[in-house]
Write a protein that binds this ligand. Structure first.
Ligand code: NAP
Ligand code: 8YV
Length: 322
């Protein structure tokens, strides 16, 4: 097929090789992030673009959507689509797809991994060995690495018992933890106790696991009151979006001992992480790695490609969100 006959796709940012190869073979792809003059690119190719391929970290703004008069569909590489302007899409009848389910296991695995890392102080233990401090404590083993807490027997409150939240819950049960949850509504078919109030749940649990979507309604849903309810012996793990936690309040609570600890994969202004976190012993920091495994990213990439293919074949979208 001649390139001119291929539908035109605007690719907002880089994607894994197999996705880029698949897009290149089926479409005429315009690489937005590589353009020195992005306005000039949109002015020249924008009128013919019928699809956008993007990712959660780059999304697609109203400003871009408005420059694509023939836009039909946006395929988002990520289940969270908070960075795509859904209102602008709805106004224009632009369809949006995401990548649900294929990443549940990977994100749940990282959430539990971060909890164990924080609780058992794995990053500090690693440093302890690397810095040659093991065995250099004057022969007194008790003066070595300090004792830690453990997950066993503790209670985790899940904020957002959805696809990923349920996978986290299953894993925490295997760790002999009690699981409770908060959401906008009770899910009668789950075995876990429901809290209608997030603050009350925070007061009752040892761990708050944040895995609800980033929306205007969830912005700073984990505020100072929730963090203080969690308390000096409590910890928060966030694998959702940075926007769900009031980061300034969290930092203050961590520094003053009003909150015991935090394990964070996401941040309010990522990739920028407030340097106040860097020197804290009671935090574990991760650069938005929830879905970042070879297998999971391949599954996400395939969904991006297959959703676009379905759209252009006139078939139903596999995983539409709008
Ligand atoms: P999901 O299946 O839609 O589950 C979301 C859950 O959040 C639902 O149980 C929902 O319950 C709850 N919720 C929604 N709005 C709420 C509100 N205002 N207050 C309280 N609870 C609310 O979503 P998912 O597939 O599990 O993904 C969840 C989020 O994880 C994504 O949106 C994304 O931002 C994030 N994520 C992060 C990574 C990473 O790499 N760190 C990877 C993948 C996903 P109700 O409807 O009953 O309220
Ligand atoms: C991705 C994510 O890292 O799926 C999501 O919502 O946050 C992650 O899987 C992200 O979308 C890629 O930018």
């Amino acid at each position: 097929m001649a390139d001119a006959a291929k539908p035109e796709v605007l690719q907002i940012g880089p994607m894994m090789g197999r996705v880029e190869d698949a897009l290149q073979s089926a479409y005429q792809v315009h690489r937005y992030w590589e353009a020195d003059d992005k306005d000039a690119l949109l002015a020249s190719v924008g009128p013919d673009v019928r699809a956008v391929a993007t990712s959660g970290d780059r999304g697609c703004s109203r400003a871009i959507i408005e420059k694509l008069p023939k836009l039909e569909v946006i395929a988002n590489y990520g289940v969270g689509y908070d960075s795509v302007d859904i209102a602008a899409c709805k106004e224009r009848g632009v369809r949006v797809t995401n990548t649900p389910d294929v990443l549940n296991d990977a994100v749940a695995e990282l959430a539990v991994g971060l909890m164990i890392a924080l609780c058992r102080r794995i990053p500090q233990a690693d440093q302890f060995v690397r810095l040659g401090r093991w065995g250099n404590a004057g022969g007194d083993w008790a003066a070595g690495f300090p004792l830690t807490g453990e997950l066993t027997g503790k209670t985790a409150g899940i904020l957002g018992l959805g696809r990923i939240g349920k996978e986290i819950a299953r894993r925490l049960q295997v760790f002999k933890m009690q699981v409770v949850y908060h959401g906008r509504s009770e899910q009668p078919d789950t075995p876990f106790p429901y809290y209608a109030s997030l603050v009350e749940m925070a007061r009752a649990v040892d761990w708050l696991v944040v895995i609800a979507p980033g929306t205007p309604q969830t912005k700073h849903i984990v505020n100072r009151e929730v963090l203080e309810a969690l308390g000096p012996e409590g910890a928060v793990v966030n694998v959702a979006r940075g926007s769900l936690i009031d980061e300034t309040a969290m930092l203050d609570c961590l520094k003053t001992g009003k909150l015991g600890g935090a394990a964070l994969d996401v941040f309010e202004a990522e990739p920028s992480v407030p340097d106040g976190f860097w020197g804290l012993e009671n935090v574990v920091l991760s650069p938005h790695q929830g879905s970042a495994t070879h297998k999971t990213r391949a599954g996400m990439g395939d969904l991006v490609v297959r959703n676009l293919a379905a759209h252009f074949a006139g078939d139903p979208l596999l995983t539409p969100v709008a």
